[in-house]
Ligand binder design. Structure first.
Ligand code: PMP
Length: 391
């Protein structure tokens, strides 16, 4: 037979040089990474079970225990972004028919509900878009729905809300539920105590306050959560996200590591360095830096005549600020002004805040008073451009 003809030639676009402009990422994520993190990714590759690599994984685990404030055994990473952490939480904790209560105050509760339904869970929602839940509200909802799991989002990056978590874990214990928390957009920027607040499952992302590239979802399951996973009547529906496998690969179950999947080697180096930087600064300093920069930003925006979407300053996450788009202003013109004139990213709203807000991220490496000043200066110019008036 005649040899097959290739019907796809080499793409022309790959003959051109890689084009990566250097942008300042002041949106809700990813944020920029320090050079030390980029350099870490240039180190030679190792095998995913080589002792030098598993040593680095162990160092990452120690860094994660610090940033989550937990002594839990099962602390590891899912290879995938924040969504992979959410999916792993749902598919391990939920069996068909299990009730999950979702405290929804933005798009991330909606996503969690979508994922939970795919696992045939019985999803109950309490909804307060752009607001926080009180302990009384949580207590009443837990009593009414008697869920196996309560899911909450600490930093709601779509609405800019910071959900207080203290006391929620104790309520879950009282009602026999597990508490799972998404802190993708908040961890490192605000206090978080997994053990101190009785949180059973937590996950985050690498590309926000930690300031490593998007690549992994650090995740922790405490003993109560692992007991639920280990006593399941039905198999976990995802092999890739199976916490018993992940715990083994990350050396958390006391048995020799087995091949589960090929860890993203260079991304683990990057995370190791990003966590080292977090540890060098210390969490308390990181938390107060975020608080001070967010305050400076909010005051500066107020001086420009802008209002925050979350009116109560105590209910705002310092990591992602949501700014109301004034009546008559085309929000896209402002975001485009930032990008085309300064290569600075700020973004529009998402979910309940779509079309209503701009979102400015102040996270990790990018959370500096200088960047706040820059964003304020460009915002002033952009508003003048969008309204035809100087501010
Ligand atoms: N949860 C929250 C609170 C987030 O802000 C994000 C990312 N914006 C995610 C989950 C999903 O993370 P990723 O985009 O890394 O999958």
């Amino acid at each position: 037979a005649a040899p097959l003809k290739m019907n796809v030639p080499q793409p022309e676009c790959l003959q051109k040089p890689l084009n990566v402009p250097s942008k300042l990422l002041m949106g809700p994520g990813p944020s920029n990474s320090p050079l030390r993190v980029h350099y870490a990714m240039m180190k030679p590759l190792l095998g995913h079970l080589h002792p030098e690599f598993t040593q680095i994984m162990d160092e990452v685990k120690e860094g994660l225990r610090y940033i989550f404030q937990t002594k839990a055994e099962v602390v590891c990473c899912v290879s995938g972004t924040g969504h992979a952490g959410m999916e792993t939480t749902m598919c391990n904790l939920l069996e068909p028919g299990d009730v999950i209560l979702i405290a929804q105050n933005g798009i991330w509760g909606e996503r969690a509900a979508d994922m939970a339904r795919r696992h045939d869970a019985d999803v109950r929602i309490i909804d307060k878009p752009g607001d926080t839940f009180t302990l009384e509200e949580l207590d009443a909802a837990l009593a009414q729905h008697k869920p196996a799991v309560l899911f909450m989002v600490q930093g709601e990056s779509s609405t800019g809300v910071l959900q207080p978590l203290e006391g929620a874990g104790a309520l879950c214990r009282k009602h026999g539920a597990l508490l799972a928390v998404d802190c993708v957009a908040s961890l490192g920027g605000v206090p978080f105590y997994m053990d101190g607040w009785d949180i059973d499952v937590v996950y985050t992302g690498t590309q926000k306050v930690i300031s490593a590239p998007p690549s992994m979802a650090p995740i922790a399951f405490n003993d109560r959560a692992m007991a639920k996973v280990r006593s399941r009547k039905t198999p976990i529906r995802s092999f890739y996200s199976d916490m018993t496998w992940l715990a083994n690969y990350w050396g958390c179950d006391g048995t020799p590591r087995k091949y589960h999947h090929t860890g993203p080697i260079s991304a683990v180096y990057a995370l190791r360095e990003a966590l080292a930087i977090v540890c060098e600064e210390g969490l308390e300093s990181l938390w107060s830096r975020h608080k001070a920069c967010a305050k400076k930003l909010h005051e500066g925006l107020g001086a420009l005549g802008l209002e925050m979407y979350v009116s109560d300053p105590n209910k705002r996450t310092p990591t992602v600020s949501t700014i109301r788009v004034p009546e008559g202003v085309d929000w896209t013109r402002v975001t485009k002004y930032f990008m085309s004139n300064y290569l600075v990213e700020i973004s529009g709203g998402l979910g309940p805040s779509a079309g209503k807000v701009w979102r400015v991220g102040l996270m990790g490496y990018n959370c500096t008073p200088e960047n706040v000043d820059l964003v304020l200066r460009i915002m002033k110019e952009a508003l003048a451009d969008a309204t035809g008036k100087s501010q």
